[in-house]
Write a protein that binds this ligand. Structure first.
Ligand SMILES: [Fe+2]
Length: 263
């Protein structure tokens, strides 16, 4: 998407240096916008590329299943530190300037030989995705099309849940468990990834993500990873978010017969 000949991505990178557009009689608003953007680039070195997004609910909204204390530490410290770390790295590496976060993750994954920026970039994206994979009053069952697709690809919702839980409990060390839509196979699958890796690097489309790093559950569940996963499934997972992601994914992956009305 372009605004006055400048990509939206570039605009967003400079959001900390945004300069208001003033009316001047002899140049167009677009020329003025570009001139002031160039001026901002020259006048100040870019210090921040990505911001810390807030979860889409208050920090105590997931209680009693995920405590405010966990959110304060997990989002306020760990997620915050990934953002800060990434911005510091990008300040020193101009060649990575201007990518969207998704592009940055794929570029820095570097076909399995990750660049130093990969871990922070992926963890920023992973955590944004994780917060949005939960909601107050979440859990229970998905509905309509998503439920049908889960039943088609896993046999039943119970089978899916067992597979997701097994993946979480057999993950060695820190990492993530995902429900993804695989583009080539055109079906849902459960995958687990180590450390910061996420399914974007294989071009899969994430539908749900669960953080299995110790900092995600230790304050509330100590070492009981099984209880943490159960609570996520019963009370936290946002099937609304998953359904919206699935709807967007179907713009890229055709999961069935064309839905073209017959004249
Ligand atoms: Fe985390």
């Amino acid at each position: 998407m372009a605004i006055c000949g400048t990509t939206l991505n570039t605009i967003s990178v400079f959001r900390w240096h945004w300069v208001p557009i003033y009316c001047r009689s002899n140049i167009s608003p677009c020329q003025q916008q570009r001139r002031e953007l160039r001026g901002a680039q020259r006048a100040s070195k870019v210090k921040a590329y990505y911001g810390l997004k807030s979860p889409p609910y208050k920090l105590d909204a997931l209680e009693p299943f995920m405590s405010r204390r966990t959110l304060e530490r997990h989002w306020g410290d760990h997620h915050h530190d990934y953002v800060e770390g990434l911005n510091k790295q990008l300040e020193k590496n101009d060649i990575l300037y201007g990518y969207t976060m998704n592009e940055l993750i794929k570029v820095t994954y570097n076909n399995g030989n990750p660049l130093p920026e990969f871990n922070n970039a992926a963890q920023v994206w992973n955590h944004d995705f994780f917060w949005e994979s939960m909601q107050p009053g979440g859990g229970k069952m998905p509905m309509l099309g998503l439920l049908k697709q889960i039943e088609k690809d896993f046999g039943s919702f119970t089978n899916f849940r067992e597979k997701f839980t097994e993946a979480a409990l057999t993950l060695f060390g820190s990492g993530w468990v995902w429900l993804v839509l695989k583009r080539n196979q055109k079906q849902l699958a459960v995958v687990k990834t180590s450390n910061a890796i996420n399914p974007l690097v294989w071009d899969d489309i994430p539908i749900i993500g669960l953080d299995m790093w110790e900092h995600a559950y230790y304050l509330d569940y100590k070492n009981d990873r099984g209880e943490y996963v159960n609570v996520f499934m019963n009370h936290l997972v946002s099937w609304n978010a998953a359904a919206a992601r699935m709807a967007r994914a179907q713009a890229f992956v055709n999961l069935g017969e064309p839905k073209i009305p017959v004249a």
